[in-house]
Design a protein around this ligand. Structure first.
Ligand code: ATP
Length: 314
């Protein structure tokens, strides 16, 4: 692509609909450091994109509108508070174009589930509008805009498995063997607020009631370089898990049921309440998901694999 190439679709923009798929994320390691002056915690986290997707379709329009179906439809405001609309405005402002598009969101990622669904939708909106408007930004430029929208948004532009530092917005890919890991994702009824989970962790730490902080990611990186899910299982960890369990004690039964069903490990995803379980292989994941469904310890148990790419035009 050359900047003077008038025929390049990224320069002209798209006339037809642009459809973007974006994955959910789990944190294989979520190390929460001290509270910073700006109100965020210093994070040391390893993000991992899994095959539960939202889909955003962008069409040409005379104004900016958003409609949606699926998870959270009817609960989620579709106005300027929605991360999709905020992302479209942010890109238009950066690129100096009018923020005109008709956007439609098909959501499979639960709301406030600890899977970064809102951040995923923001990443999808950046990629979709960039193509629709022909603004032709690089992934790194999009990730720069993404960082102002939310700590997890830059990762969801890139996908795969990546280290996140700062408040999570500084992302660098993790070099790992090309392996697929198999997960069972246990969705819960209702959500948990991310800020409330961090506040609960601060409270537990102040009271001396939180577990030891996770520390280094070395064991996890070593595990990702091998192909043995048992080794990866032993290296998973989440500093927010105690806080999520304090806020939603029933998650302890979900975690126990997954391990009783043969999962190699189970952790709360991000700030919860979704729990994720690592399985030996795809067949085992399907069997564990069926057992969790039967045990009635979650709203829905889905199988997923990772890593998968970030927000992409399909
Ligand atoms: P994280 O794992 O990043 O903490 P989460 O999965 O717990 O996030 P999200 O679904 O990303 O939670 O959303 C958190 C809140 O963001 C929602 O409760 C909602 O108020 C707001 N929000 C704004 N736009 C969206 C969107 N498009 N999808 C989901 N939530 C959105």
């Amino acid at each position: 692509w050359r900047p003077d190439d008038e025929d390049d679709p990224r320069r002209r923009g798209a006339s037809g609909p642009v459809k973007v798929r974006v994955p959910a994320k789990v944190n294989l390691h979520l190390g929460v450091g001290p509270l910073r002056r700006d109100g965020y915690h210093e994070l040391n986290t390893v993000y991992h994109a899994i095959s539960i997707h939202d889909e955003l379709t962008a069409r040409r329009g005379d104004t900016l509108t958003l409609t949606m179906e699926g998870e959270g439809a009817g609960e989620l405001a579709l106005d300027d508070s929605n991360l999709v609309i905020r992302a479209a405005h942010a890109l238009a402002g950066y690129a100096g174009v009018l923020p005109h598009a008709r956007l439609h969101l098909r959501k499979q990622i639960p709301l406030a589930g600890g899977l970064a669904g809102g951040s995923a939708d923001a990443a999808a909106a950046l990629v979709a509008c960039d193509t629709l408007w022909g603004t032709g930004l690089s992934r790194d430029e999009l990730a720069g805009i993404a960082a102002d929208l939310g700590s997890d948004v830059p990762f969801l532009i890139h996908g795969g498995t990546a280290l996140g530092t700062g408040r999570g917005e500084a992302v660098s890919p993790v070099l790992a063997r090309p392996t697929s890991w198999h997960w069972v994702v246990a969705l819960a009824d209702g959500g948990l607020s991310t800020p409330a989970a961090y506040a609960e962790l601060d409270r537990l730490r102040a009271a001396g009631a939180a577990g030891e902080p996770l520390g280094s990611t070395d064991a996890l990186f070593a595990a990702l370089r091998q192909r043995d899910p048992r080794v990866l299982a032993a290296a998973l960890g989440n500093d927010l898990q105690d806080a999520a369990l304090a806020m939603r004690p029933s998650l302890a039964a979900t975690l126990k049921a997954g391990e009783a069903a043969g999962a190699l490990a189970g952790i709360v995803s991000g700030s919860g309440p979704t729990c994720v379980f690592l399985a030996l292989d795809q067949a085992d994941a399907a069997r564990i998901a069926a057992e969790l469904d039967t045990a009635g310890v979650c709203r829905d148990a889905r199988v997923a694999h990772g890593p998968v790419p970030g927000a992409r035009v399909v």
